[in-house]
Write a protein that binds this ligand. Structure first.
Ligand SMILES: NC(=O)c1ccc[n+]([C@@H]2O[C@H](COP(=O)([O-])OP(=O)(O)OC[C@H]3O[C@@H](n4cnc5c(N)ncnc54)[C@H](O)[C@@H]3O)[C@@H](O)[C@H]2O)c1
Length: 396
């Protein structure tokens, strides 16, 4: 079974009358009348990209289906605005986009930050566009809306060593995926080398959790290029030196750290690569330089399919985005539906348990069926979609 044999349920493109920038919204499917998926902003964002991401969200939701949990998976959706987030006009475009898609946000589409946007910015723009919240469509599904909203607001107010809990849970899940694959392979955490592309919400949190687990972060890339140190970078110093877009102030580098070209993170001497920035970062040409054993997808669609096939032939495994980076989305719902409280330790423990179980299951299936982890994750999602659809329907 495919997720949407006839294409997405809703697919639209909006044009900003003031600037000409375009924005897209794709709702892949609804469960109980509601879908979930972040909103991204980047120059050249296309409807095709948003369509793929919306489908990925359907699978991300269903992979976390727990028949005993309070949170029931929603459908998948995604929004994308074709505009450089650093453009001075960007905020105005964001507000006008949200105003245009407001009926969808009110009824069908719960959204939040994704590439190029922070949750603070999405919240501010949503309020300006006349919305109660970017996730208000899910409120009718909650038992006690007031308590649930308070719990989520309390969770968002939590800060752990200078970073908000909402910006940490996703990376916690990515890091646990890395640790799970290392454990299955019998590779020690301590000293295992990792290179990360992107030091924003996902890459930054992933780097923190991996460094704290004893791994050596030998390279990180941001929009300005790669910084590297084979002996290990000072991750906390880099995190503290980021601006609001996840760009590291190079003044924070130590004398032994090196500034290298944009693609250098890919060819770093490391066991694990974590692409946590843009889609299509690993292609058929640059994959040839990769020597790592595992690529763990924190970003959405960072490895193009043809490159993945070439990597698989060389014995390099790609852990797929739909599982690896699903922690943030699931955490919102675990918190809102009441599976967990507004507590960082509880959130990290729950995220770790859920991610380890999911990644273990995917890797076991991949081994048993001699398929890639991505094919195994898709097979798992395909098994669960009809179960969820049958039990909860799309509009019930
Ligand atoms: N934020 C979330 O909750 C979340 C959840 C799941 C998946 N994702 C995915 O993770 C990826 C990153 O999202 P984010 O929210 O962390 O973004 P972000 O905007 O917070 O950070 C992006 C980082 O990538 C860097 N970057 C941007 N373009 C680059 C380039 N061409 N080369 C190298 N570095 C570049 C930026 O400098 C920054 O450090 C996206 O694919 C997003 O869809 C995000």
């Amino acid at each position: 079974m495919t997720t949407s044999p006839t294409g997405p349920l809703i697919s639209l493109t909006w044009t900003d009358q003031e600037t000409g920038h375009q924005g897209h919204l794709v709702i892949d499917r609804l469960v109980r009348g509601v879908s979930s998926g972040g909103l991204r902003m980047r120059a050249d964002c296309t409807l095709e990209e948003v369509t793929g991401l919306a489908r990925g969200m359907t699978m991300k939701e269903v992979l976390h289906y727990n028949p005993r949990g309070r949170y029931i998976p929603l459908g998948g959706a995604k929004g994308g605005i074709d505009c450089d987030p650093r453009d001075p006009a960007a905020y105005g475009v964001l507000v006008r986009y949200l105003r245009a898609v407001r009926p969808y946000v009110e009824q069908f589409w719960t959204t939040g930050e994704d590439l190029g946007l922070t949750q603070d910015l999405v919240d501010r723009a949503a309020a300006e566009a006349g919305l109660v919240s970017s996730v208000q469509a899910v409120y009718p599904l909650l038992d006690d809306e007031e308590a649930a909203r308070r719990r989520l607001a309390d969770a968002f107010a939590i800060d752990v060593d200078g970073i908000g809990l909402d910006e940490l849970v996703g990376g916690c899940g990515v890091a646990e995926s890395v640790l799970t694959v290392l454990d299955r392979a019998g590779v020690a955490h301590r000293g295992t080398r990792v290179a990360v592309q992107g030091l924003g919400t996902m890459g930054g949190a992933t780097a923190r959790f991996l460094a704290r687990a004893g791994l050596r972060v030998v390279a990180v890339a941001d929009i300005k290029g790669t910084v590297a140190n084979p002996a290990g970078l000072d991750v906390e110093a880099l995190l503290a030196a980021r601006d609001g877009h996840g760009t590291v102030d190079r003044a924070a580098l130590r004398a032994e750290d090196r500034e290298l070209p944009a693609d250098a993170w890919l060819t770093a001497d490391a066991e694990v690569l974590v692409p946590a920035a843009v889609s299509y970062a690993v292609d058929t040409a640059n994959q040839a330089g990769i020597t790592a054993r595992w690529i763990v997808e924190a970003a959405n669609m960072p490895v193009v399919p043809e490159a993945e096939a070439l990597l698989a032939a060389r014995g390099i495994a790609v852990l797929p985005d739909i599982a690896v980076n699903s922690g943030t989305n699931a955490w919102w719902w675990w918190t809102l539906f009441g599976d967990i409280g507004a507590d960082a330790d509880e959130a990290f423990a729950y995220t770790r348990r859920a991610m380890r179980a999911l990644v273990d299951r995917i890797l076991a299936r991949a081994e048993a069926e001699h398929i890639t982890p991505r094919a195994a994750a898709h097979a798992l999602a395909a098994d669960r979609l009809p179960v969820v659809a049958e039990r909860f329907g799309s509009f019930r």
